[in-house]
Every structure is written in C-alpha cells, then in structure tokens.
Write a protein that binds this ligand. Sequence first.
Ligand code: GLU
Length: 471
Amino acid sequence: MTIRTRFAPSPTGYLHVGGARTALFSYLFARRHGGVFVLRIEDTDRERSTADSVNAILEGMTWLGLEYDEGPLYQTERLGRYNQVIDALIDKGLAYRCDCSPERLDTLRREQLAGKDKPRYDGHCRHRDLGPDRPHVVRFRNPDAGPVVVEDLIRGRVVFDNEELDDLIIRRSDGSPTYNLTVVVDDWDMGITHVIRGDDHLNNTPRQINILRALNQEPPRYAHVPMILGADGARLSKRHGAVSVVAYRDQGYLPEALLNYLARLGWSHGDRELFSLDELVELFDIDQVNKAAAGFDTDKLAWLNQHYIQHGDPRRIAHLLSPHMGRLGIDPAPAPDLAEVVVAQQARAKTLVELAVISAFVYRDCDDYEETAAKRHLRPAARGVLERLREEFELLALDDWEPVTLAHTVEQVAREAEIKLGKVAQPLRVALVGRAASPGIDVTLHLVGKTATLRRIDKALAFIRERAAAV
Ligand code: GLU
C-alpha cells in the first residue's frame, strides 16, 4: 500500500507555525515511507477564503521546502462531486432534507439547555421525506447509538459515543457542502491513507468516520497533532509575536532552523537537537510524536538559527541574506562578494537581519559613530596613528589590499608608535565601521576596500578635529 498524506489548509490567513508543523509531519511521514504528499486548499468558505491567503500558504510551503507531489487541489473546483455524493446519500436514505426553521431550532436548543441536556438536533425531519423544492438543508443521518472508536496514532484509542453526535448538516440551504462532508469526500477520492492534522479536529473525526462508513469506505488512519502553546500556556497566537512562517523569514530566520525547530516541537530522537530535512525524513515517525501540547520556545529557535547561520554554506547564506541587505537600502552586487562578508561575519549573528545590520558597513559609510565607541577611541590621541595609517594605506597597491599585507601594515604602525596593537586597531575600526566590534581588523580593511578606507579615515580625522574644537 502506498502511503498518502495531505496538508489541507483553509486559506483564511497566512501559514502559521502550527499549520507548518502539521504540514511538516505529513510531509515527513509520506517521505519516510516512500509515499505521496498532497496539498489541498479547503476554500469552500468563500467569504473567508482569499487568493492572498492561498499565495501566502504556497509561499510559506515553498520557503520551507515542503514540496508536494500532488496539488494544490482546490475544493471549490470539486463542488459537483460533493453534491453527487450528497445526492447519493439522500437516495440511499443516509441523508435527508430538513426545513426546520431557525426559530424551531432555537426553541429546541433553549428547552434542551433548560433540561440540562446537550443541545443537539432532534431528528425532526428524519422521516418526513422532504423533496428538493422548498428551501432546506441536508443532514447526515448519524447512527443513533454505539461507539465510534478512533485509533489515533498519537493519542491512542479515543472513543466517542454516537448518542453524543447529532445529524450534522452536510449541505447548507444555499447548496454549499460543509467542511466534514468535503473532507471526507476528498480524503476518499484522493486515496489518503493517513490524516495528520491539528487536534482541534479530533471532535470532527467520529463524524467523518460515520460518513465514510455510510459510503462503504474504510476510514484512513488518523494522527491528531497536539497544539502549540505560547510562553504563557495559552494556544500560540499572534499575541505571542510572529506566528506566520513568512514573518519568521522576514525576521531573518533560516528555513532549516524553523523546520528543525518545528520537528523537535513534540518529537524527539534521543537527546539530539540538530536535524536536516533529509535526516528527519530518515528518522521521523508519527507515532513518536508527543501527546502533550508543546510550548514554543523562542530562545531555542534563536539558538538553532544561530547554529545554521554559523555553519551554513556561505553562498547559500549570502543568497538568503541578500534581500535583508536590500531592505537596508544596500545593493550588495558590487564588490566584495557577499559570500566573503558572510564568511567573516557568520559567527556573529543570530538572525539574517542582524547579519545584514552588522555587515552594512562593508557597502556603506556609516552616518554616525556609536557614542561610547567614539568617546573612547576617536580622541585627539588617536589622530597621529590614524594619519600614519592613512599614509601607509595610500601607498599600498590595490593588489596588496589583502588581509596579510594589511595586518602587517597595522602592526608596523603600532610598533613604530610604540603602542599596543589595540590602540591602533580600535580607532581604525571605529573609523571604518562606526562601532568597536567587527571581524579582525585585517579582514575588515580588506572588505571595506582601499578607497572607502581612506575616505572613512579622513572623515574620522575631521570628526576628531571638530570634537576637539567644540570642547
Ligand atoms: N481545513 C482544515 C483547517 O485548516 C483542516 C482540515 C483537515 O486537516 O482535515 O483547519
């Protein structure tokens, strides 16, 4: 049997991390077992579904690298099929038309609540055999009694009682099919063997099983993934900061970090923390997912992100970094190669946004010096060394503008002035970068380049003179 899983988002918003984790688990399970992963867009709620949201979901999936083998399939393109199934159920007496007025249903509800009963439809229209001419909804005739057992791959056996379930509406009065019906028909037609989804759908599962059985179909296996909680113990939501996958991208996270994080959220393999997508495909299994809700830990995600930035292939990191440089108004196309900048900086940033900020100096003169750095290092005492450095740098041929020669020049100026290397390197660094932190001074000089170095030393000298004059 070929394993077939699906991710079935409703396009009523962006792809959030909970959805992405469900998609990841479905993807991994299919890949692990040599199966097929289907993307289905559940867009029958026309009022809430938007094309922007479909695009946001596809964008999130693409960014994460969760490739689907089939789809995206759109439910709105399958309305004819749903109606065919509904009509067949009516013909077989397994569904019926109901014209109960909202007033009647409301009175029923109030009476049931007053009698401390659970509000449920009383089956009033079950045997009335209504025709299609008057306005009506269609209800599924749920079995009256007996258990519905869900052997959930994560939660184990969950038993529901048919007495708790009423006759569910499967087609609204406007002729549109409802969620539980469309899901059942799709899972059936698409040959889905394993339904992996959020546990907010667990209560729908007995209803879906009942409908499938009415259609003479064997239900698929189910795995209900526990929800994700924010630091305060409440279900993760916008209030907790970024929850959209694309927002994490925009905040400078790498897809491999988010995937690794989401996989580890409620799943483990010994105490190992680091997994590539390929390794996850090899090691993941759905029945090892934790039953309990998982807490979202921003620090852990940041740690993973830093790890993947630090150890990532510089070319790839540069490719992902480029749009973040663009957002700072920097075009990293001219020299130096951004990958070279990444090599110098990748151990210093937790996010690509940080990496862009600390690398901006390579391509752009800073507007302002950081105040403490300027106070400490751009003082009149630094003037002499900065002037000497400038003379020496000016003499260097462009071909010699390499870390080894540059280090040598800085050391030579320090030796000659009989001061410690730091006393030379720090004023120079602040002049070049605007702050007291950067890669080694030789690499910093190399990345900044000769022309900009001379220009920035001049600017720093002017700054020192102005400050001295102002005192
Ligand atoms: N469309 C549903 C949702 O986005 C998921 C349905 C399912 O996975 O069965 O919550």
